[in-house]
Design a protein around this ligand. Structure first.
Ligand code: GLY
Length: 389
């Protein structure tokens, strides 16, 4: 080598390593992320102390904001604790997961919300998978029956929200796709196909009505209870009725990927891939969406990114297409940087920063939110499973 090139090699090689460290997401980073999650949740447990409420986000002073078990987000903290137990096998996490899961027991009969899937499946569902506890199984079955009671066969969907009389007769939101996992589980456990049939009918109705031609989603559809037809297509948490709310698109991607896993029906795979196509065309270069794809401006929504990353690992596995793993790795790389990943002992014990709950209501803007953490931990675990195959 010519002597004047040697200094360039000395500069170039370390630079290459720095660039690689910044732009790849590997197994070691996933393991470090889970370690950070454990550090943060140890700190969170100290902060919340002995309580029968569940962490959701932070208040205006940056302190942990906890909610009652009937809040739609109540299952995510216990669910995250189960994931930490699954990974570490440390009894400390088992005990914490049990404690915070069992606070939700009364919700199994809560028939006022479609969010029972989130609440009960993330908590008791993960707990049952890891412990085989028969009481948890019964609670899950009861919750599936409660959720199924919100299904209207004329409309072909589970009703999402109560209490919007005069605005929506029968609101169904794209988020509701996530709650179907509890129903698929219930059919496998009980042999009662009615849960499966409701889940598939809901997914088919959603596929028919909830999508624009470019496979972006409306957030809220309302159905006419007399005719069973769509009466309105609106938003609630997005920028406008005709925009694409980022977290809604992420829920749909995850939901249809899960439906394909549970049914093997190729139409669900096609739907998830078409949604992924929309996302890949609209994600900004840094891979973290703003809160709405049609309002590409502050604030970001790290929760949408974490949900998508987890969904993309599953989509990559099921479709055997490497591009979805690349999307997931790129998103996870971005979320693993200090911009998004909290330093130990900060962020009120939450793992990720910069999520957005409800921008139009000026609620939970650019803050840590528990469901971002849950799907972030899940995505790290999925990455490790994916790489071990
Ligand atoms: N499912 C409610 C939300 O994503 O904000």
């Amino acid at each position: 080598m010519k002597s004047f090139l040697k200094p360039l090699v000395f500069i170039g090689v370390p630079l290459l390593f720095v660039a690689t460290a910044l732009y790849t997401f590997d197994k070691e980073t996933a393991k470090r992320n889970i370690k950070r999650a454990a550090e943060q949740y140890s700190y969170m447990l100290q902060l919340i102390g002995d309580t029968d409420k569940l962490p959701r986000s932070v208040d205006d002073s940056g302190n942990v904001n906890t909610v009652e078990p009937y809040d739609w987000t109540s299952g995510f903290f216990p669910g995250s604790l189960w994931y930490l137990y699954e990974y570490t096998k440390d009894e400390k996490w088992l005990n914490a997961a049990k404690t915070f899961t069992e606070i939700l027991e009364g919700q199994q009969f809560n028939n006022t919300t479609h969010d029972l899937g989130f609440m009960i499946y993330c908590s008791f569902g993960n707990g049952y998978k890891l412990t085989g506890n028969e009481q948890y199984k019964q609670i899950l079955i009861n919750a599936a029956k409660t959720l199924a009671s919100r299904f209207n066969p004329k409309i072909g969907c589970i009703k999402s929200w109560d209490g919007h009389d005069g605005v929506w007769q029968y609101p169904v939101i794209i988020d509701n796709m996530m709650n179907l996992e509890l129903l698929f589980w219930a059919t496998k456990e009980t042999g009662d196909s009615s849960f499966y049939n409701i889940a598939v009918t809901h997914a088919n109705t959603t596929m028919k009505n909830h999508f624009r031609q470019d496979y972006s989603t409306w957030h809220v559809l309302s159905y006419d209870t007399t005719t069973g037809k769509v009466e309105k297509r609106n938003t609630h948490q997005g920028y406008s009725d005709e925009s694409c709310w980022a977290r809604g698109q992420a829920w749909g991607l995850y939901g249809f990927t899960m439906c394909y896993r549970e049914t093997g029906e190729s139409r669900y795979l096609k739907q998830a891939e078409s949604m992924a196509e929309y996302i890949s065309k609209h994600l900004p270069e840094d891979m973290i969406p703003f809160w709405d794809y049609d309002a590409a401006d502050y604030p970001k929504d790290a929760s949408a990114a974490a949900i998508m990353a987890s969904a993309f690992y599953e989509l990559a596995k099921l479709s055997r297409k490497v591009k979805y793993k690349t999307y997931a790795d790129k998103i996870m790389n971005a979320l693993s940087q200090p911009e998004y990943l909290a330093s130990p002992g900060t962020n009120a014990g939450f793992i990720l920063k910069h999520s957005t709950g409800n921008k139009p209501a000026n609620s939970e803007i650019d803050v840590p939110i528990i469901y971002a953490d849950y799907y972030f931990i899940e995505a790290n675990l999925r990455k490790l499973q994916f790489e071990s195959k």
